[in-house]
Design a protein around this ligand. Structure first.
Ligand SMILES: Nc1ncnc2c1ncn2[C@@H]1O[C@H](COP(=O)(O)OP(=O)(O)OP(=O)(O)O)[C@@H](O)[C@H]1O
Length: 388
């Protein structure tokens, strides 16, 4: 029957935010094909005013029209009722285990926290590039910006508009969908600040910060990702300790410059991570010497910092390697400013190549044992757009 073929084609359309076929989510309703060859396709969206409505409708129309014998398509779009939506949310959560255990010991998602001793060493730039490089290697990747001192990930991933405003993530009931950028599910705590305050540093402290990070990690629906990268705030403050407590099974990568003077603070951030039970996967040296076209080398920050940090973090039981050294690169900065990470925009740049190798190395390193602690649930971060 043609209608069955249309149903199969339409059902395979992928929801751009949930990244699942719409049939998996019970979004396809009645489908008939009349004698004139017109397919009447009825679908329901999860929420009223779904920002992806037009794209889904277009993709559904195209899919139906691709079936032999279909001459025209009429798509009717409705919205799930609260009961249907609640059932969907339960099913989506169920696919990843109970709420509160999303990144716990039974999770197959590998969590990698990227940290640094001090600000400005390029941690966010490297994290964004690593995320897209891992996605380009076929991994399903999530990227969470926890750097409350300055939310740079949305800008680096091209998610801010001309005014610098971040998108409001879609909510299905209390489930928050991370916007997808360059194939990476990307979320920033900055997206939950009240309108107009995106540029402000967040002055949350202790318990509030802890609760907010906890809610954030719980309510954001990353679904079945292979890797979750966390862009941590620099240093050893409240967030580092909170994340260490919530995600003791996470791997930690420490970013430092080659400058020996920067090494001490970087070592401290690795030690704090280890104290909370996290595993220090290795050190990334950024802003390393840059070869110039005339054959000379621009060595702005000296050398040896990465190795010094790795040596200081190594113990008799645990060798901490330098995972990679990323050279200074104006291209890396420019592409970051323009919102397309250099590994995508300029893959032949020396820094991009070094980052691609780094992603491969991290990807191939066996994830370590899982910790035993799970995340609890206490509510939701303020400020997400509720479209239901
Ligand atoms: N290898 C590099 N070559 C040239 N510029 C770089 C390099 N790495 C990062 N940068 C630039 O350095 C600046 C700081 O980078 P970034 O914001 O990623 O640092 P950060 O460590 O995350 O800082 P903070 O923690 O303060 O947010 C940015 O302008 C970025 O483009």
């Amino acid at each position: 029957m043609i209608a069955d073929e249309v149903r199969a084609a339409v059902g395979a359309v992928v929801d751009p935010e949930l990244r699942r076929p719409i049939d998996d989510m019970d979004m396809v309703r009645e489908i008939t094909v009349d004698d004139a060859g017109t397919a009447h396709v009825s679908i329901v969206l999860t929420v009223v005013g779904c920002p992806m409505a037009q794209k889904i409708e277009r993709d559904v129309g195209t899919a139906a029209a691709s079936v032999a014998g279909v001459n025209a398509v009429e798509v009717t779009v409705g919205t799930m009722d609260p009961v249907e939506r609640a059932a969907l949310v339960e099913r989506l959560r169920g696919a990843r285990g109970q709420r509160g255990e999303r990144f716990g010991k039974r999770s197959r998602t590998r969590v990698i926290a990227v940290t640094s001793g001090k600000g400005g060493v390029g941690k966010s730039t490297l994290t964004a590039n690593l995320a897209v490089a891992l996605a380009a290697r076929g991994r399903k990747v999530g990227l969470a910006d926890l750097d409350v001192h300055g939310f740079s990930i949305p800008g680096l991933m091209g998610l801010v508009d001309a005014t610098g405003a971040m998108p409001n993530p879609t909510k299905i009931d209390d489930m928050i969908l991370p916007p997808v950028a360059h194939d990476v599910k990307t979320i920033s705590i900055g997206m939950f600040l009240r309108g107009g305050s995106e540029g402000q540093a967040v002055a949350w402290r202790g318990p509030l910060l802890h609760r907010t990070v906890q809610q954030f990690l719980n309510d954001v629906h990353f679904d079945d990702i292979d890797v979750l990268l966390l862009d941590m705030p620099p240093g050893t403050g409240d967030i580092a300790i909170t994340v260490g407590q919530l995600l003791p099974q996470a791997d930690v990568v420490v970013v430092t410059t080659p400058q020996p003077a920067a090494a001490d603070v970087a070592v401290r951030s690795g030690l704090v991570a280890r104290q909370t039970g996290q595993h220090v996967l290795g050190v990334i040296e950024n802003m390393a010497a840059m070869p110039l076209p005339d054959g000379t080398v621009l060595d702005l920050f000296g050398s040896g910092g990465g190795q010094a940090v790795a040596d200081a973090l190594s113990t008799d039981d645990e060798h901490v390697p330098v995972l990679g050294s990323i050279p200074l690169s104006p291209v890396l900065r420019q592409d970051g400013d323009a919102g397309t990470p250099a590994v995508l925009a300029d893959p032949e740049d020396a820094a991009s190549r070094a980052l691609a190798s780094l992603a491969q190395r991290i990807d191939e390193l066996a994830p370590r044992r899982r910790g035993a602690q799970n995340i609890g649930h206490t509510g939701e971060p303020a400020g997400a757009t509720t479209r239901a």
